[in-house]
Design a protein around this ligand. Structure first.
Ligand code: R5P
Length: 310
């Protein structure tokens, strides 16, 4: 077995360190700073000739910078004769624009896929892509992991009364069904209309939430608008308590306050993105870095990854 060679981009070094610990390897040396004009000045300092290299870069926070840095990593590694380059993107930015839902808009998920492979990426390892179909935008292997098993097992430890999984929009039905199967409980769904990137409009819940503990699930939370509106609607429909579980907690701006004031009591999420905010014990963050470490080991040994999930 060849040993995976791991590098960390600058977006989420804590996560990369945990992955390295899981794999019992050191992070490769790299110099990365700005040129005087703001361009990125990057140099790989370790010898990577013939190596299977994994670059950990979560593309949240400053997606444009983080993506550009990742492209430069891939280009530099390929030119330094790395055998393969895997982009380890715990959170894959720009994946929400995966089709032309309005006239004259880009399909950013496809563009990022093209840019990654042009830069030299041979494989992508990510988690809970906004839609699974984004894998088809790549002509290289994409391993899309699920955050559900770690979040669901945390939910199972909680004292929930007559719980029901609630999808805050039709796009979340698939993930809600997976949670409902995993937890062996009902699921319901909300009819959501988006007014703009920060405002949503919800009036109807398809399913029964009255006198029940509602678990809102989604792939991600950005401004918290979706979760807050869904919590409010659940309460209006007689929900007893509302909790939220999502993989990527971007927590943009006052997302947390918005969700708490909407009536969410507890939030469960993972560490796929570095947390930009301080949180109290109403928020629980479960690390998926060990899972990424194990998957990288399996990729290096040509072992099955789906075995972990089924
Ligand atoms: C939308 O389709 C996504 O799954 C999320 O529901 C959405 O992106 C969350 O955004 P926000 O937190 O800003 O409402």
């Amino acid at each position: 077995m060849s040993t995976p060679f791991l590098f960390s981009g600058s977006s989420h070094r804590d996560f990369a360190v945990k992955v390295a610990e899981q794999l019992n390897v050191f992070l490769g040396d790299v110099f990365c700073g700005p040129f005087p004009d703001g361009e990125i000045n990057l140099q790989i300092l370790s010898n990577v000739r013939g190596a299977d290299v994994f670059v950990v870069q979560s593309t949240a926070g400053d997606p444009n910078y983080n993506l550009m840095e990742l492209f430069l990593f891939a280009d530099a590694l390929k030119r330094a004769s790395a055998k393969s380059v895997c982009a380890v993107m715990p959170y894959f930015a720009y994946s929400r624009q995966d089709r032309k839902d309005r006239p004259r808009v880009p399909i950013t998920a496809k563009l990022i896929a093209d840019l990654l492979t042009t830069a030299g990426v041979d494989r992508v390892l990510t988690m809970d892509l906004h839609s699974g179909q984004v894998q088809g935008f790549f002509d290289v292997p994409v391993d899309n992991l699920y955050g559900r098993p770690v979040l669901a097992s945390e939910l199972m430890k909680m004292d929930l009364r007559d719980p029901v999984v609630l999808a805050p929009d039709l796009g979340a039905v698939k993930i809600a069904r997976a949670y409902s199967n995993h937890l062996e409980i009902d699921f319901a769904v909300i009819d959501k209309r988006r007014v703009n990137s920060e405002q949503v409009f919800m009036t109807t819940i398809i399913g029964d939430v009255r006198e029940r503990d509602v678990i809102l699930v989604d792939d991600m939370c950005s401004t918290g608008g979706t979760m807050a509106a869904a919590a409010r609607l659940s309460k209006e429909h007689g929900a007893r308590r509302v909790l939220a579980a999502f993989t990527h907690g971007l927590f943009v701006g006052d997302a947390l306050e918005k969700m708490f004031s909407g009536g969410i009591e507890h939030i469960l999420t993972t560490d796929t993105v570095p947390s930009p905010v301080k949180y109290d014990d109403r928020v629980k963050i479960i690390s998926v870095a060990p899972l990424f470490g194990e998957v990288i080991r399996r990729i290096t040994c040509n072992e099955s990854i789906s075995d972990i999930f089924y």
